[in-house]
Design a protein around this ligand. Sequence first.
Ligand SMILES: [Zn+2]
Length: 403
Amino acid sequence: MHRKQIMRLSGRVVDGAVSLTFFAAGDKDRPGPMSVRVYREEHPTFTFGKDYEEYFHGLDARSAQEIFAGTLEPLNGRKFEFRDATTAVGGTYAYWVRHEQDAAPLGPAALRVRDPQVWWTEAEIERRLAQIAEPNGGLAEVVTFGRTIEGRPLRGVVAGNRERLAGFVGLVHAGEAGPELLIPAAERLVSEHADLLQGAGLAVLPCVNLDNRIRLVEGVPWYLRRNVAAVDLNRNFDAGWDVTDHMYGLDSTDHDSETYRGPAPASEPETQAVTDFVAQCRPRVVFSMHCLASICGDSFLTAKAARQDTAFLAEARTWAETYRHGMYPNATRDLAFSCGCSTGSLPGWLYQHARIPGFDLELGTNEDARPCVTDQATPELLTTYQARHLGGMRAVLQRLAGT
Ligand SMILES: [Zn+2]
């Protein structure tokens, strides 16, 4: 069999440009410049949430366009890089690279170029968090609640009255909502509502599944739900963990399932960071953002295990109504409220562990949010939802403060 001259093609989006990297095959530590051709094909029919990795299997470079023919210098040792700064935001692309001596190209590497205003980079998240804590004389602080599997710090913000905190959590599922909604709301609450924060406070852990979030920010085209160990964090909490969940027709004990619960209760460091966050902040109520692609609606799901607990459900419903009223002061439709959170979920654990009302927030009947389902959210749509969730969070704090 003919051995290729290059191997291990991969790509990521860095500062809006696609960076393709590959390595020289063979045993030369320091190969010379290499003559290659790069081919690209845009795939507008790729649909986030419906299409997965296999969409790109079997694609043929012969229908792709040659976008480069020339010589590349090695980047370091046997590694080479080609950068493509001519992609469009929202575009999904397949790339191939062919060495001049190879009959067939290497690839495809698949990448989706996302809007950094809608999908924040790790650096942007860190910068915005640090800014919240800066100028406010101790009103807000940034706290590290744990680390991801890959060692990324899981930071949050705690602000205002530490004895009466409401908790807000994001990105339990990597491809869903969190930092882009919660951090701007925290910024506004800290900078504009110092009086309110005397009576109540907020504890925000915005990016629980940060490792796979970064993969999406860096261009993985398809929806990612689980952490890098393939565990669904919302099945990993120690609350009825050993009871198999069959939501979506999947089996939470199956490692291949998108709802895989993990090898043991709270086995994942990200899950432990959330439980540490709850232990340290002792929130009176917790809202966890789901839905898709940085946007989240006003459907409130609490623990299935609480179904028969009418006193708990009455209190939980009041919190959901408070948040919803803050989001939509003039809403006339019924509140979307149900006991939909399975065993091993965060709301399930909050209920079982400490009877804390906890909610997964989903799309609900927010028709204008629908573009997020296929990763079509615009900065304008995000701005709309940032304002709505600020309203919801502020209303919760007002109720906590008794104002
Ligand atoms: Zn989710």
